[in-house]
Design a protein around this ligand. Structure first.
Ligand code: NAP
Length: 243
């Protein structure tokens, strides 16, 4: 089943887009570690995919818990010895977020903590394992809501979606993509920000006309692309998204 020989970790993969990324990566022959913060939900999702004949195993990882991140890195090191693909997918949106003048500061803090600091912490912990891969790939699941350019463009259809915490967390995640590529320029590791579009999941309140399965196809392509210069870009299916 693991025909590509590659090993991937997908965070927040017990449901939504992450689950579909795990399913499609495994369907492409990648050995997938399905990350989830809740052991029951994560194991059930991994069992479901393994039951379909896919090479998927559950690994517990709460991106806001340094202990669980360190334990996951140690487990991957002990059992697999390296990591080829890291998909920083775990994310939250808090409906008490809002425009700068009225957003709940607790909501903003927790969105930054999960969507940005969580991804940074997981990346730091997994970098030694990615360095052991022939060509490591980090896919950061961002959103066009994180584009500084589009947030300032009154003609953009989502101009009115002013969620200071969520949008800032994705802008910060994009900064991680840019700085990682600068930092890792002498390695075979590349990072890319991938925008899935507006997808009907719990996070979006099931708004959006894209299914998780449709949305996962693009980040999976970004994860598997080889021999392309992806450095420092934010991509959607429609092409580059301005920073
Ligand atoms: P979702 O269905 O709500 O799934 C989010 C996943 O993240 C769940 O598995 C959740 O686990 C997990 N998660 C949350 N906090 C976590 C933590 N501290 N540690 C580990 N896992 C955690 O949302 P989704 O729409 O698939 O979102 C996936 C990613 O795509 C997010 O980064 C999101 O910002 C991004 N995105 C989504 C859209 C959209 O329209 N849906 C658009 C652009 C970008 P639990 O089940 O335990 O809560």
């Amino acid at each position: 089943m693991n025909s590509t020989g590659r090993i991937a970790l997908v965070t927040g993969a017990n449901k939504g887009i992450g689950y579909e990324i795990a399913r499609q990566l495994a369907g492409s022959g990648v050995s997938v570690l399905l990350g989830a913060r809740d052991a029951g939900r994560g194991q059930a999702a991994a069992d479901d995919l393994a039951g379909q004949g896919l090479d998927v195993a559950f690994i517990r990882i709460d991106v806001c818990d340094a202990g669980s991140i360190a334990a996951a890195a140690a487990e991957i090191d002990a059992r697999r010895g390296r990591l080829d693909i890291l998909v920083n997918n775990a994310g939250i949106a808090d409906y008490t977020d809002g425009a700068p003048g009225k957003a709940s500061l607790d909501a903003v803090r927790s969105e930054l903590e999960t969507n940005f600091i969580g991804a940074l912490a997981v990346t730091q912990a997994m970098l030694p394992l990615l360095r052991k891969a022939k060509a490591g790939r980090i896919v950061n699941m961002t959103s066009s809501l994180g584009s500084l350019t589009l947030n300032g463009d009154p003609s953009w259809p989502f101009y009115g979606v002013r969620l200071i915490g969520y949008n800032a967390s994705k802008a910060a995640l994009n900064m991680l993509t840019v700085q990682l590529n600068a930092d890792l320029s002498d390695t075979g590791i590349t990072a890319v920000s991938a925008c899935p579009g507006l997808v009907a999941t719990d996070l979006s309140g099931h708004r959006g006309d894209r299914t998780p399965s449709e949305a996962a196809a693009f980040p999976v392509r970004m994860a598997l692309l080889q021999g392309h210069d992806l450095k420092g870009i934010c991509q959607s299916e429609q092409g580059a998204v301005p920073w």
